[in-house]
Design a protein around this ligand. Structure first.
Ligand code: BG6
Length: 478
């Protein structure tokens, strides 16, 4: 079993190697895999980008990124030296007609690794570059023995998705395509499966008979930093909702897969996407934080959404009539990643004297970031001579129950790609359908409303969910 977890010898090529994602996530992830002994016995990483970067500078930047990654940094110089010597950088504008430099760099790296190593190409670049990079890989013969990882979003709209999908299909075998969505690599997102299907008590309630509505809420504190080039073309709806939040929604809404294999899970998730009702303009609220237009690289009249909230219905037997509310935004009041199931209210006759307007709902909230775990919030009898009800909570945290440090999503997914496990990646038909679901809203979007930094976004997002309200477990104390 363990030997299957040690990947075969591999040359990893990272396109966009001096970009934000490579620095913040990919290089630290590879370093930690190396430190834990999860990289192949023999491997090399080639960073690729247009800008001129010397090997030594690439290594220096990688070290700075690893130190900043908040994951222990470098604490052993020998470890670092054995990692750094395996990194190199190739400055090239790779694509059809210009593949020579990379072909040569891969040849050298393969010679250093020895034998006929596998190749892992990681496209950590904006979605508009995926097609030409894929064509370049095909033309150069670099798809042989290779797996290709595509960052999200896979396309920028339905048409873009189909064009890209066609190119990718013509060059790479489907079993070698790894469309990444790093939320699927989060321990707590995987835990949705465990919670639902390893516990009858949760699954028994997980349907329209007991659930009033579902919230998937991913506010962020950070702004767009140096990512204006990417963000101006994407915005919150494409960057987060169609991708991460829809994938989480599929985990919450899907039927039990027949086993834990990639195919079984893909099939159930795609069924969820198929049954999602297409978004209309009135199901969407878009916002932009004040000051966004002052950021470098942002147009003075930018209409890019830095906030998006939507209401979506899943028209199937389990979820008929249960709205799902999804919200995310930059520069909001808090960084949080939660999924909340709000339960239907109980019959009220016997409680009329306590709550004339009915009892408030119970909630199950799963925390996907920070102190990961889940909180059940319910009503209990308050101590005293009469029956009075108060809010109480039961709480599970990974830290308390299991103690161990959680594996970072990118580490897990890179390792999965190295060993050839596609379970936590996505399938093209599912992605195509998610673009269909948002197509009308993208063609005919509502106006982008301003919001103050450090708040919960435009008021219209509260109106979207009304008469319900956005919920966080600590609000019980209000
Ligand atoms: C990325 C988005 O995919 O996910 C970013 O492009 C976002 O805009 C990030 O900030 C959030 O992911 P996490 O899990 O690292 O907070």
């Amino acid at each position: 079993m363990i030997s299957e977890l040690v990947p075969p010898d591999t040359v990893v090529v990272i396109f966009g190697a001096n970009g934000d994602l490579a620095k913040r996530k990919l290089l630290p992830a590879i370093y930690h895999l190396h430190r834990e002994g999860w990289m192949p016995r023999s491997w090399r990483v080639i960073g690729v980008a247009r800008s001129e970067v010397a090997d030594a500078d690439f290594r220096r930047e990688a070290r700075a990124a690893i130190e900043d990654s908040g994951h222990g940094g470098v604490n052993d110089e020998d470890d670092w030296a054995s990692f750094a010597e395996r990194l190199s950088f190739t400055s090239t504008d790779f694509g059809p007609g210009n593949t020579g430099d990379l072909v040569e760099a891969v040849r050298r790296a393969e010679e250093a690794v020895g034998g006929r190593p596998r190749r892992l190409h990681y496209l950590s670049t904006p979605p508009t570059t995926f097609a030409p990079l894929t064509q370049g890989l095909g033309e150069a013969g670099l798809v042989e023995r290779a797996r290709v990882v595509y960052e999200k979003p896979f396309g920028l709209d339905l048409e873009g998705f189909h064009e890209l999908d066609e190119v990718v299909r013509s060059v790479v075998r489907e079993e070698d395509v790894y469309r990444i969505d790093h939320f699927l690599g989060k321990e707590s997102v995987q835990n949705i499966l465990a919670l639902r299907f390893a516990n009858r008590m949760f699954e028994a309630m997980w349907n329209r008979n007991h659930i009033d509505h579902v919230q998937i809420d991913v506010p962020e504190e950070l702004g767009i930093g140096t990512r204006a080039g990417f963000y101006e073309k994407t915005g919150a709806l494409r960057d987060m909702i169609v991708t991460h939040l829809f994938q989480v929604l599929a985990m919450v809404a899907m039927e039990p897969p027949y086993d834990l294999s990639a195919e079984a899970q893909f099939a159930e998730k795609v069924k969820v996407f198929e049954s999602m009702r297409e978004l209309r303009r009135e199901d969407v609220v878009l916002g932009q934080y004040d000051g966004y237009r002052d950021a470098e690289g942002v147009a003075a009249d930018s209409q890019t959404d830095t906030f998006a909230a939507i209401r979506v219905h899943i028209d199937n037997w389990r979820w008929d009539g249960v709205p799902f509310f999804l919200r995310t935004g930059k520069r909001m009041a808090q960084k949080r990643q939660t999924v909340t199931l709000a339960f239907r209210r109980p019959p009220t006759a016997m409680w009329r004297e306590i709550a004339a307007e009915g009892l408030p709902p119970s909630y199950l909230t799963m925390e996907l970031a920070g102190n990961q775990g889940a909180t059940l919030s319910f009503l209990a009898k308050e101590p005293g001579p009469t029956i009075w009800l108060g809010r109480a909570q039961m709480r599970f945290t990974y830290a308390e129950s299991f103690g161990s440090e959680l594996i970072e999503a990118y580490e897990r997914l890179l390792h999965d790609a190295l060993i050839g496990d596609r379970t936590l990646f996505t399938r093209a038909d599912g992605i195509g359908r998610t673009w269909e679901v948002v197509a009308q809203a993208l063609d005919n979007p509502p106006p982008v409303q301003p919001y103050t930094q450090g708040t919960w976004g435009p008021q219209a997002a509260d109106e979207l969910i009304a008469p319900r309200g956005w919920y966080l477990p600590e609000r019980d104390e209000d």
